[in-house]
Design a protein around this ligand. Structure first.
Ligand code: ADP
Ligand code: RBF
Ligand code: MG
Length: 210
């Protein structure tokens, strides 16, 4: 069983940006998970349904920790409401996620869970979440204790934040909010990635003609 991984690289990939098969796309409605993210780890994770039909690539990718961008359609009334700040009602934040069986907890079904790198004033179950996954950070590990798991997740967050703060890794034409420690909130608009998909209008709104 693992201790926190020593000597981890501070950045993933070259400054120029993601390489194929990335970026990968995933989307869905935030569902309830196992109920331990916030309570046991202090790290909430927004869970998405794992579906071969909606996300054909998911069954063939390695289990592990990934990073990228999360677009959230936060409703009016939510303390982080996307209205005035977002595009088509979506705000875009950096994220880290796990796809897999959580070996520390020995899950029997594969989950996809996203920790958004933003402090929210409330939950957002039932909200549409779109992910642009730009790279792989590490394999999932079984740890000797909860502290070791939390230490590695906190390092994942730092690696993702730093990696996504580079222009080559940011979507272009989309405002993204990255809180880089020591540098404040960087608002990037002119990155190198196609990011329009993240903020295209919600299907319902297209149908209603809004
Ligand atoms: P569950 O087991 O139901 O997924 P968690 O304890 O993992 O519960 O909490 C996840 C929920 O917390 C998300 O569905 C979301 O509504 C909320 N949440 C609040 N802040 C965040 C965040 N920064 N990242 C992800 N989810 C968050
Ligand atoms: N679970 C594990 O068992 N091993 C891991 O290495 C692991 N890494 C994670 C990395 C990140 C960035 C996140 C968000 C979660 C990770 N998890 C891992 C999943 C964690 O156990 C899970 O989020 C909680 O159990 C709540 O469902
Ligand atoms: Mg969760």
């Amino acid at each position: 069983m693992a201790s926190p991984t020593p000597n981890r690289p501070p950045l993933i990939g070259a400054a120029s940006g993601p390489v194929p098969p990335y970026p990968l796309r995933m989307s869905g409605t935030v569902i309830s998970g196992f109920g331990r993210g916030s309570k046991e780890l202090g790290i909430p994770t927004a869970n998405l349904p794992v579906s071969d039909a909606l996300t054909p690539w998911i069954s063939s990718v390695a289990s592990g920790v990934y990073f990228g961008w999360a677009a959230l359609h936060l409703p009016a009334g939510h303390s982080d409401y996307s209205g005035e700040k977002g595009v088509n009602g979506f705000r875009v934040f950096p994220m880290v996620m796990s796809i897999g069986y959580n070996p520390f907890y020995k899950n029997t079904v594969r989950s996809a869970e996203v920790h958004v790198l933003h402090k929210f004033g409330g939950d957002f179950y039932g909200v549409e979440m779109r992910l642009l996954i730009v790279g792989f950070i590490r394999e999932e590990l079984d740890y000797s204790g909860l502290e070791a798991l939390v230490a590695d997740i906190n390092m994942d967050c730092e690696v993702a934040r730093r990696s996504l703060g580079r222009e080559g890794w940011a979507p272009k034409g989309v405002v993204v909010e990255v809180d880089v420690p020591g540098e404040g909130v960087k608002v990037l608009r002119e990155g190198g990635l196609e990011g329009e998909w993240l903020v295209r209008p919600l299907e319902e709104e297209v149908k209603e003609g809004n």
